[in-house]
Write a protein that binds this ligand. Sequence first.
Ligand SMILES: NC(=O)c1ccc[n+]([C@@H]2O[C@H](COP(=O)([O-])OP(=O)(O)OC[C@H]3O[C@@H](n4cnc5c(N)ncnc54)[C@H](O)[C@@H]3O)[C@@H](O)[C@H]2O)c1
Ligand SMILES: [Zn+2]
Length: 367
Amino acid sequence: MEAKAEIFVKTAGGAYPVYVARGALEALGGIAAQCVAGRTVRIVSDSNVAAHYLAGAADSLAAAGFRQSASVIAPGEGSKCFAALQALWADFHGCGLTRRDLVVALGGGVVGDLAGFAAATYLRSVPIVQVPTSLLAFVDSSIGGKTAIDTPFGKNTVGAFHQPLAVVADPLVLATLPPREMAQGMAEALKTACILDGDHFRFMEGFAGRKPTEEELTETIRFSASAKAGVVSRDEREGGLRAILNFGHTVGHAIEKVLGYGTVPHGEAVAVGMVAAAKIGVSLAVTPPDVPARIERTLRALALPVRVAELPGGAGACNAGALAEAMLSDKKKLGAEIHFVLLEEIGRARVVPLAPARIAQLLPAAL
Ligand SMILES: NC(=O)c1ccc[n+]([C@@H]2O[C@H](COP(=O)([O-])OP(=O)(O)OC[C@H]3O[C@@H](n4cnc5c(N)ncnc54)[C@H](O)[C@@H]3O)[C@@H](O)[C@H]2O)c1
Ligand SMILES: [Zn+2]
């Protein structure tokens, strides 16, 4: 693959490239060599991903002259913890990593967030290249520089902004991604289309219900990655615009909170949250009446749920009162109003401040 990037994320520290191309993994070494002066690389991956792609990544880095070694963590959200972070610091120390060297995060959002935070903090920050392998990481977590671990105080409660030097996204790795994980990424990709691009929404409507071709998948990754890159470029630290990326997430997070984090996959909670937000938008005369049904149809065809009752335990626990309360406890520090993302049409979003009591009133008809 020729290492030519078409997407760039502009940050205060300069712009970095996002390579989206089949076979990009083979170019990893060459790309990394352009990023740093040092020649030591620590790859961080999880055991599922490492089984398929670690050897290829390591070979590419070795061929470019890097002394490479790897930390392989256990798969799953449980690895975004302080113990795993400390273990990575120890590994970085053990392989003699310096600030001229490089960390490569090879995996989904868990690996990206954990390795990203380890890199952000070790020696007051060492460079990182993100190599996403889950659809969610392609379209969302690998771009934007947010890194974190979970703590007893909550999910992603301790972290840092640490922008990568490059993102190397090879859609070929999706061949081994389990279908349910694929659906999580599709939920985020559809969210991006909902808030930013009606044409891409129609494109996704077209392949929903069947297996998208490799070209369609690559197109969706390119679209979502460049849309997220655009938003991050204009609002690196979440001043305002980046808030529209939270479409479906206010209700989605509340569902996750009420059911217990990890009980329901994030993308599935967000899918239900998008339908709820669309319906609330209709009630407030912001969203055209046909929008909820279009979103619902497309989500269903992407094997995603659209009602709380479809989530395990959701029918009883996720009532309007419990969800409104969960939203409020989440946002206490921002004052009593909740910044709710509504669609003015498919492809255009607006943030509307809503009092929790008003949300609780509108929610029953939206769930
Ligand atoms: N930093 C951000 O901006 C941001 C944004 C969204 C989500 N996140 C975080 O991302 C995490 C979720 O990410 P995720 O959904 O990628 O989860 P994940 O990293 O746990 O990956 C999901 C599963 O798929 C496996 N997997 C990944 N790629 C594979 C491949 N190519 N082949 C086979 N198996 C593969 C993993 O081993 C894991 O079991 C959460 O912790 C969330 O907080 C961060
Ligand atoms: Zn999300």
